[in-house]
Design a protein around this ligand. Structure first.
Ligand code: EPZ
Length: 439
């Protein structure tokens, strides 16, 4: 276990190159998909992060042979011996991630039953699983709440179904895909999420033998098949990590080349990066992000589902916006409580005010529900070091950026949480010239 506190002497621009690997929010789902194959699957470009270890642990608990080669960034999964896991083994992983809910469909297909522990994940809103349970019921699964989790049973083969999601949820779309591919007949999901990570999951499932078509207007159709086989795939790069380092370059007045970053996954982010005054250069090796000197400009941004501005890009960019001249307005429409991290920024000298109203072009789901889901950042403000505690994964990385941009010393507690989604982030900080010490 790594020490949990990082001391940071801020005020030094981050300069250098770092390497990106596969997207956390795809890799974990592709690992779950391997359960559906009759033969082994191999995934490349796998980052060494805690979420990958959690899914590997859960797969092993279900009888899957998992070989992780950290240096090569490869994971090989052989589901030949899939079996129901011991409750104690599942409990070991309970509370550490949201991925277990996606085991439902594959386990129902393979074993006819499943037990899914209560979910963990970042505390950024209620994060209900009602869409997931509704989907599974519609496929014909029996869902029962038990102490410590939910039990699912499929007394006969699951049946294709039609459904419209009330919101284009990433996880619910994945739930539907992972279940529909081997259900009997045709499934039609309307109002589906179409994030790049989901499209990469579709590629993996297609390699395994699934028949999936992405139609216009968020409609996904799946023709169920009786048998699937293993896959061989290279994960798409992590566009959230790329955007996080890009924000760090801007906030610290630095210059960071993110090797492996892909422009197509970052189009919306790059538009805003340019509007703020950040510069970028796309090369064959990745994307270079830098602060060109002079003043940054304030912007108005509203988070949303793809192809909108990702909610996960919001938190790191807010730190950079504390250095922009004027009032920036951020309307968070995906999670109702994703501004908790701004409290620490204000303690460091930022001026960020939260509002319950929708300060954006549209009224969102949270507009009349009393959530502080809009923010106004006034800048530029000089940040100074402070003792802060990591609230959630992206908020935590944002705190790191703030500490790196701030004058003086900060002490950031709870950095273990950042290992969930940022591979070797402490080594990368060192490589970029940051002054950090573990205590
Ligand atoms: C995924 O979460 C990601 N996590 C999140 O990244 C990401 O922020 C999010 O998608 C949006 O892009 C993983 O892939 C592991 P959702 P997910 O279902 O699938 C509501 C990170 O830091 N909803 O699209 O859980 C929900 O409350 C994380 O890497 C329901 O109401 O997100 C939220 O308001 C944080 N009922 C909205 O939908 C449901 O049953 C979007 O959630 C499911 C979701």
């Amino acid at each position: 276990m790594t020490e949990d506190v990082l001391e940071i002497e801020g005020g030094t621009p981050l300069i250098g190159e770092i390497k990106l690997r596969g997207a956390k929010n795809f890799v974990s789902k592709a690992m779950v998909a391997s359960l559906l194959g009759q033969g082994p699957s191999t995934l490349h470009n796998v980052p060494l992060i805690r979420d990958v270890e959690v899914v590997a642990g859960l797969l092993r608990a279900h009888g899957v042979a998992v070989e992780l080669d950290d240096a090569a960034g490869t994971v090989r999964m052989d589901p030949g011996g899939v079996e129901l896991a011991q409750s104690a083994d599942i409990a070991m992983h309970a509370g550490s991630s949201r991925i277990p809910i996606l085991f439902c469909g594959p386990l129902l297909h393979r074993l006819g039953e499943a037990f899914i522990p209560d979910l963990g994940g970042c505390n950024i809103g209620g994060r209900p699983i009602d869409f997931h349970l509704e989907i599974l019921r519609r496929f014909g699964a029996e869902v029962t709440k038990e102490p410590g989790g939910i039990r699912l049973q499929a007394l006969e083969r699951l049946q294709g179904m039609q459904m419209e999601l009330a919101y284009p949820s990433v996880g619910a779309t994945e739930q539907c895909l992972l279940t529909a591919v081997m259900a009997d007949g045709i499934t039609e999901l309307r109002g589906a999420a179409v994030e790049p990570e989901i499209l990469d999951l579709v590629s993996v499932l297609q390699q395994m033998g699934a028949i999936i078509s992405i139609e216009t207007d968020r409609v996904i159709k799946v023709e169920g098949v009786e048998e699937m086989h293993g896959f061989h795939h290279k994960a798409l790069p992590d566009r959230i990590e790329a955007a996080s380092w890009a924000a760090a370059a801007l906030a610290t007045g630095g210059d960071i080349t993110v090797l492996g970053a892909r422009q197509a996954d970052l189009t919306t982010y790059l538009n805003y990066y340019r509007k703020v005054g950040g510069r970028f250069d796309v090369t064959d090796r990745g994307i270079r992000f830098w602060h060109p000197g002079g003043e940054l400009k304030s912007i108005a941004v509203e988070t949303g589902v793809h192809p909108g501005f990702m909610t996960d890009w919001q938190q790191p960019l807010v730190v950079a916006l504390t250095q922009a001249k004027g009032l920036s307005i951020i309307h968070e429409t995906v999670y109702e409580q994703r501004f908790g991290f701004t409290k620490a920024l204000n303690a460091m000298g930022a001026q960020i005010q939260l509002y319950k109203e929708c300060l954006g072009g549209q009224v969102c789901r949270f507009g009349r529900r009393n959530y502080l889901h809009s923010a106004v950042v006034s800048g530029p403000t000089e940040l100074h070091g402070a003792a802060i505690e990591v609230p959630d994964l992206r908020g935590g990385f944002s705190h790191l950026i703030a500490a790196l941009a701030a004058k003086g010393r900060s002490s950031v507690k709870g950095i273990g949480l950042i290992d969930r989604g940022y591979e070797h982030f402490q080594d990368k900080l060192q490589a970029l010239g940051a002054h950090t010490w573990r205590v």
